[in-house]
Design a protein around this ligand. Structure first.
Ligand code: GLC
Length: 679
């Protein structure tokens, strides 16, 4: 212990042997660390790094934000690809795009010399008021887990650790550092944990970030039940847990070590040498507790190649045309056509002479804002950005005159929506209101008076209420924060070069009181405790079970073509718990242009001894079809897809009896139904 090695001796130690199996390398290195060195490895330094241990050749392990672009610094010294935000990527419902996104952002992480990306954020969208809604994927646990699996697999394909966050139930910004999310066991199991669990069991996630908040009274960073019991012992997580930045502020050193927190970021507070020494000497944690935490961190250091010949690792690349094209593709496929009466869209570039382009988000860009005025930790600094107006100018050049007066135009496009200022779509604060700012509503109403041919394009990252203007507007598009190529993507969709195929992954309510979390002050924003009284009835589960009509439902999005659903067949009528059920349906493109359709499958338990949602998503497929082309989509289901979590028996249960299989183009547009009986 504490030996000094020459460079040559170091190279020949077992843990440096790349052909030695992983766990043997980990154990060999762990056995060589002194207690003081283990303490050193427990906390970060300089915001994004662990401390090096020169004696053993342990280099600093580096991690960077963020969920839609790598940000190695806070003022943009180094630039990287700004991909569409998570809610936009999710709206593509395209798992391959999520994988490709994960791979690309990992390539940029690697090129910047880092080893871990502090992403994806996969917290369930419980309320439309959450300031970080744009950073998360969906309100539905099934869609959430499949998107998360694909993203983590993509990131780790480059031997970059994904850091799945924020574990768990970090579903609002209000009081995020201190509030306790009070969630019953069935709701945790059915709604808030599935995606986290799936990233471990289906994607082998190498890191988890512990949340600021408490879960049922215990802070995420010292929550033994969440970390050691569920994440590590039950789910089989082999990676390491890292705190959110300063998330250990109100915790106890021994509690964090025992719970399984390997790394405190950004610096040593509860994991300072003195605090660790005191806690250790007081018997607040054992050497075994500490070794298990260090073992996990070392394991991921080996997995990302920290000790390997760097020339053998994936190279990495940054700001490449391929990444920029991928950003554009995700933006194009994430755009959701919400309304298109009179078929104002797509615009015909040969028929439009004058196009009025107005609205506060026509020039939307992240710009040079520092992180706290750029949405928070997910801010990044791209080499360029194409705003909506830039994209239209490029598309219309020498063909269509772009003006600013709706009364003189054939068609008006209003770029409205939100931004990353505090109180809107930004970390640290929740939104102040659900509707658009009043000046935007007035702008829309005035423009409509001047020209009925008006299209509203929302540049935003969360649901907005539209009841005071949408009736008068023939076409509405949700374009999200579409990344650095957003303007090009938008122009391609608005002029029909791309047929929109995105669908909402979160319900847009008509008014806030319709939203399940907003049933009372105690459920949102809550106080020291936020009571998840709605339980499993999050999102469409609430709206559909209670017969409340949303403004736009989960899974909704229009196309420039139409699709027909026919011939639902189920391969068995009566099934038992071990059966696989095959459900097939024919989808036909009945329009005149190529289009993609996201076919959704929901299940409904017709009679159950416990309350269950009116429907639950248990399958989805995105298919591209030419005009008149028909494709048969096949879904495979098993008992898990029909089960609910029974907290008394502490297990998943599928009750005997009849279930409905519902296939549709949104949660509210079910085209075909079938029934099966669990015997
Ligand atoms: C922030 C965020 C987290 C981010 C971290 C580092 O407060 O909650 O998502 O990765 O700190 O910036």
């Amino acid at each position: 212990m504490n030996e000094i090695y020459s460079e040559e001796e170091l190279k020949n130690l077992p843990f440096m042997n790349e052909s030695l199996e992983l766990e043997k390398r980990v154990e060999d290195l762990l056995s060589r660390l002194t207690l003081a060195e283990k303490f050193k490895l427990c906390a970060g330094r300089m915001m994004w790094h662990t401390k090096p241990i020169k004696r053993l050749g342990i280099k600093s392990f580096t991690m960077y934000d963020g969920p839609h672009g790598v940000r190695p610094d806070t003022m943009g010294e180094k630039r990287s690809t700004y991909f569409p935000v998570a809610i936009c990527r999710a709206a593509t419902w395209d798992l391959m795009l999520s994988y490709e996104f994960g791979k690309a952002i990992a390539e940029e992480t690697r090129e910047l010399g880092a080893h871990m990306l502090l992403a994806p954020g996969i917290n369930i969208q419980r309320t439309p008021m959450n300031g970080r809604t744009f950073e998360y994927q969906t309100e539905d646990p099934y869609l959430n887990k499949h998107l998360a699996i694909a993203t983590v697999k993509g990131v780790q394909s480059q031997r970059i650790a994904a850091c799945v966050k924020h574990f768990a139930c970090n579903n609002q910004e209000t009081n995020r550092f201190t509030e306790s999310s009070e969630v019953d066991e069935r709701t945790l199991q059915e709604i808030y944990l599935p995606a986290f669990k799936a990233t471990v069991q289906k994607a082998d996630a190498w890191s988890f970030m512990t949340c600021y908040n408490k879960v049922n009274g215990i802070y995420g960073s010292e929550n033994y039940n969440l970390l050691r019991k569920r994440l590590m012992d039950e789910w089989g997580f082999r990676g390491f847990a890292v705190s959110d930045w300063n998330a250990t502020a109100y915790t106890n050193t021994g509690g964090c070590v025992r719970a399984g927190l390997s790394l405190e970021m950004p610096t040593a507070k509860k994991y300072s040498k003195s605090e660790l020494t005191k806690a250790f000497e007081n018997g607040e944690f054992t050497l075994e507790d500490l070794d298990e935490n260090i073992r996990r961190l070392l394991r991921v250091m080996f997995l990302v190649g920290l000790f390997d010949d760097q020339s053998k690792l994936p190279k990495g690349c940054r700001n490449t045309p391929e990444h920029q094209q991928l950003a554009r593709k995700i933006a194009e496929d994430g755009i959701v056509l919400l309304k298109n009466e009179g078929d104002l869209l797509p615009l015909d570039i040969n028929k439009v002479n004058k196009l009025a382009v107005i609205g506060p988000n026509a020039n939307f860009r992240l710009g040079e804002a520092d992180i706290w005025s750029g949405g928070g930790s997910s801010q990044n600094f791209p080499p360029y950005e194409i705003s909506p107006l830039d994209g239209l100018k490029h598309k219309c050049k020498n063909k269509v005159e772009i003006i600013e007066d709706p009364s003189l135009a054939d068609i008006t496009i209003i770029f409205a929506g939100l931004n990353h200022n505090n109180g809107m779509d930004a970390e640290g604060e929740d939104k102040k209101e659900l509707g658009l700012p009043s000046e935007q509503v007035n702008l829309i109403k005035n423009a409509i008076q001047k020209n009925a041919n008006t299209i509203v394009v929302l540049i935003s990252g969360s649901p907005v209420a539209m009841d005071d203007w949408i009736e008068q507007v023939p076409s509405v598009v949700e374009a999200w924060y579409g990344g650095m190529e957003a303007g090009t993507a938008l122009a391609n969709v608005l002029f029909g070069d791309v047929n929109p195929s995105g669908k909402l992954t979160m319900t847009f309510p008509k008014k806030l009181s319709d939203s399940p979390a907003h049933n009372s002050e105690r459920s949102y924003p809550g106080g020291d405790k936020v009571f998840y009284d709605e339980g499993i009835f999050v999102g469409y589960r609430h709206f559909d079970t209670n017969g409340i009509d949303p403004l736009f439902p989960f899974g909704y999005g229009l196309s420039y073509t139409t699709f027909a659903y026919n011939n639902l067949t189920i391969n068995k009528k009566k099934i038992n718990a071990d059966d696989t059920i095959k459900v097939s349906v024919d989808i036909t493109n009945t329009g005149d242009r190529v289009g993609k359709e996201i076919v959704q499958l929901y299940v409904n338990d017709i009679e159950s001894s416990v309350e269950r949602p009116q429907k639950e998503l248990k399958g989805f497929k995105k298919v591209e079809l030419k005009p008149d082309q028909t494709e048969t989509i096949v879904f495979e289901l098993n008992k898990d897809d029909f089960s609910y979590y029974n907290p008394v028996e502490n297990s998943w249960v599928v009750e005997k009896g009849w279930f409905k299989i519902l296939v549709g183009s949104s949660s509210r547009t079910i085209h075909l139904e079938g029934e099966i009986e669990f015997s």
